[in-house]
Design a protein around this ligand. Structure first.
Ligand code: AMP
Length: 113
């Protein structure tokens, strides 16, 4: 999608710190980290968010979670991390390209704000 910042990162049209990529997914460092480890796991396919996914995305969604677990292990936070997606403005979504935040490296509070 032409004006999507994450599509531009995936296409390497703007710089980012990519830590993992495969044919379906890319993981890169969040530019405004909220924890010592803060990665974003995104599909190459542009889809606006979790609620925009359809039955055809079921395998992709599973893959993104497998990628998250793998990059968590590579980042050294496998013993404790949080994987979260914000869906909709009221939940804090600011980029309309499906992404999972992977947060780790510090104690995480519950419930989140
Ligand atoms: P959300 O608010 O859940 O939609 O998350 C969007 C995330 O994207 C935020 O945590 C931002 O800090 C992050 N972000 C925005 N632009 C960039 C960028 N160019 N590179 C890396 N992370 C970004």
């Amino acid at each position: 999608m032409a004006d999507c910042i994450f599509c531009k990162i995936i296409a390497r049209q703007i710089p980012s710190q990519i830590v993992y990529e495969d044919e379906q997914a890319v993981a890169f460092k969040d530019v405004s980290p909220q924890a010592p480890t803060h990665l974003l796991i995104v599909p190459r396919k542009h889809v606006a968010g979790l609620s925009a996914c359809g039955d055809e995305d079921q395998a992709l969604l599973g893959h993104l979670q497998r990628v998250a677990a793998s990059v968590a292990a590579k980042a050294g936070v496998a013993s404790g991390y949080r994987l979260v997606t914000n869906n909709g403005r009221s939940a804090g979504q600011s980029v309309d390209h499906l992404h999972y935040h992977l947060l780790g490296g510090r104690s995480l509070q519950w419930p989140p704000g």
